[in-house]
Design a protein around this ligand. Sequence first.
Ligand code: PLP
Length: 399
Amino acid sequence: MSIITREIAGYLNKSSWIRRMFEAGLELKQKYGPDKVSDFSLGNPDLPPVPAVAQSLRDLADRVDQPLSLGYMPNAGYPTLRQALADRLSQEQRVTLASEHVIVTCGAAGGLNTLFRAVLEAGDELVCPAPYFVEYGFYAGNFGGVLVPVPATPVTFSLDLDAIEKALTERTRVLLINSPNNPAGVIYSQEELVALCDMLRKHSERNGREVFLVSDEPYRFLAYDGVEVPPVLPLYPYSVVIGSFSKSLSIAGERIGYIAVSPQMPQVQDLVRGMIFTNRTLGYVNAPAIGQRIVEAALGANVDVDIYRQRRDCMANLLENAELEFRLPQGAFYFFPKVPGNGDDVQFCQMLQDECILAVPGRGFGYPGFIRLTYCMDKAVIERAVPGFKRAADRMRAS
Ligand code: PLP
């Protein structure tokens, strides 16, 4: 008899593909040396934090000997940061947000859990385009919710609106999108989002229960070639945006994110009060004090998107050289190319591993037949993988 629940034991037995590949990478690095391995498995933003972070820490050090300087605070975060976020998000989302529409959370991950705890009844469904960030299923499961993945159109990864419509039921409570997308790199267009909102409005009316549109946007700042990430808050009254500073300021370990709700939502203050309560009682209490001070000082700054763009172009060369079919990412820092030959994503990852290259099978994101590659690393790591990647792709095609 296990001392942990059957559910958690089941999750552990399955163990995430990302973790598995990351661990395989550590083994390879030990065996052959770190400079021989190209590990594209984990999306850990590797650029240094923006300069304003160091300055804010120095300023904070001068003030930290005051009483309560790192004490408890209102559960929704420092009021000054909430206001600053409301001002910034009003511009970004093209609606007028007040500080009461924003809660500071422990990253986007904490924000998703805080929201789900407040709106999900056991058995409620969350419809989500696949491929998707694998933690979504666990976050929904924390509160008895069930993730219902709907495959996106292959290779373009645009929303398959017909398939989404078919997946909506009377138990659907959340339609969860992530744009720019991890792992597909797609940014949903204004037209797709308008059509999606129209569908949700009709479904909610027919069903007598609102479906929330939740847009998870930790990569909003990371869009290339002038592509805009259309704001969802003006499109639908039951919309919620969740974001974070993990990637934009490169402070992922500091755990600061936010939830912003549409000011047009009927009973919006009930939802906000509910989420302030769940943020507290999930044990977060409030987002970290130092992280909030850093974000307040650095708000508006971003790491250099051009560095990621150069890496993206470098990885596109690697894939073209190996003759793989892929969509050039519009945003975020992942490629999701199609597996050549028989399309077996696990087999392809094994062949890449034989070349000291780590990738994650698409089935780990609910989308077999593809692999995910991260480009959170120096261009040199990508460049040295070019010949091995081609050999593995050729082997796949021949198998
Ligand atoms: N959502 C997506 C799509 C992500 O890729 C990540 C992290 O990689 C998160 C949420 C969680 O981010 P945070 O560090 O802000 O909790």
